[in-house]
Design a binder for this molecule. Structure first.
Ligand SMILES: NC(=O)c1ccc[n+]([C@@H]2O[C@H](COP(=O)([O-])OP(=O)(O)OC[C@H]3O[C@@H](n4cnc5c(N)ncnc54)[C@H](OP(=O)(O)O)[C@@H]3O)[C@@H](O)[C@H]2O)c1
Length: 322
């Protein structure tokens, strides 16, 4: 079978290659999935480059610990390992696993759920991990509820398009920050107001928010405090900056500074959770949330997709169909 192999860190074009490899075995508690669609996210750019360097403690110091690339998928169940009762052969599923850019992958059953029935594979594949991140930022750390004023920075991206929709589902009044070219997209998924980050500096937004979900990860924490109500919650999701920590240092400084600025700063390290996968399926099936599919690519175009996502050329999610 074909699979995308990642044996060293570097530019995606140089270090990702589609190769013929042995199909996976199906172990106890696992499910063999015929992969149909895999999303590409900002995290893939980090993984392929091995950045920030601090993350290599987890992803592999000198070379990637996982030779096969890809984190999420949608596909069809081909075979069941021993003890799997939650799924059946032929089920159309979505979820997360390592090495998903491949024709087949073996996945622990607890990392899969039946996909939303009302959307095709490539839409279902559009970012379960982005959705977990957004859900945990908005619902769990931001504790967003009816009438809360919420600011989402990075509203047009993979995580942001979910964060805007989850905040609206929870009854909030939402302002999204993105580039002017995607303002229509962010309005179409429910944002009440949209701010163009090139036209308005963060500190000058001129509103007072209960919750700021900082997904892009560039404003100084003191600038966040200027647009927040006293006691408001800043959820730190993304990071930009130096190659060693890429914003993790800003998170730490923010957490120290926040009490003196009269706000709470909550950093998010998202968790992949089956419960949240099921929640996502329910919200998509009820029509309350729609994954935003921007563009599809073929398996030999993953490097191009990674660069397009990085450069902001995709409206919502990039998805590779296999
Ligand atoms: N903490 C966690 O557990 C966790 C989990 C997953 C991801 N993340 C992080 O979350 C971040 C976003 O991921 P993603 O996949 O959503 O990325 P993405 O799809 O590339 O989206 C980036 C977003 O940031 C916006 N943006 C670009 N430049 C900006 C600026 N100068 N000011 C404000 N906004 C700007 C983009 O707007 P335009 O495209 O309209 O220009 C877009 O909305 C990444 O840093 C990723 O590593 C964190």
């Amino acid at each position: 079978m074909k699979a995308l192999v990642h044996e060293q860190y570097g530019m995606a074009d140089d270090v990702l290659a589609v190769r013929e490899v042995e199909p996976p075995e199906v172990g106890e508690g696992e499910v063999l999935v015929r992969v149909r669609a895999v999303p590409v996210s900002g995290t893939d750019w980090h993984l392929v480059r091995g950045l920030p360097y601090a993350a290599r403690l987890v992803t592999g110091l000198r070379r990637p610990a996982n030779r096969y690339f890809g984190l999420e998928l949608a596909g069809t169940v081909e075979a069941l390992g021993g003890g799997v009762e939650s799924l059946a052969v032929g089920d159309e599923v979505f979820g997360w696993c390592g090495g998903s850019f491949a024709e087949y992958v073996s996945v622990p059953a607890g990392q899969l759920a039946v996909k939303p029935r009302n959307v095709p594979m490539e839409v279902a594949a559009a970012g379960p991990i982005a959705a977990f991140t957004a859900l945990q930022a908005v619902r769990d750390l931001g504790r967003v509820g009816p009438g809360r004023k919420v600011l989402v920075s990075g509203a047009s991206g993979g995580v942001g398009t979910y964060a805007v929709q989850f905040a609206k589902v929870l009854g909030a009044e939402v302002t999204g920050i993105c580039g002017a070219e995607k303002a229509d997209l962010v309005r179409s998924i429910g944002a009440d107001e949209v701010v163009d980050y090139r036209a308005v500096a963060f500190r000058d937004i001129g509103e007072r928010f209960d919750v700021v979900i900082d997904i892009y990860g560039n404003p100084a924490v003191r600038d966040c405090a200027r647009v927040m109500k006293k006691g408001g919650t800043l959820v730190l999701v993304g990071g930009t900056g130096g190659r060693l920590f890429m914003g993790l240092d800003r998170w730490l400084r923010g957490m120290v500074a926040a009490p003196f600025l009269g706000i709470k700063a909550r950093p998010l390290v998202h968790k992949d959770r089956h419960d949240d996968l099921v929640t996502l399926r329910g919200l998509v099936e009820s029509g309350e949330v729609t994954p935003v599919l921007g563009r599809t690519y073929a398996l030999d175009q993953v490097a191009e997709a990674i660069e397009d996502v990085r450069a902001g050329r995709v409206r919502g999610h990039a998805v590779v169909t296999i």
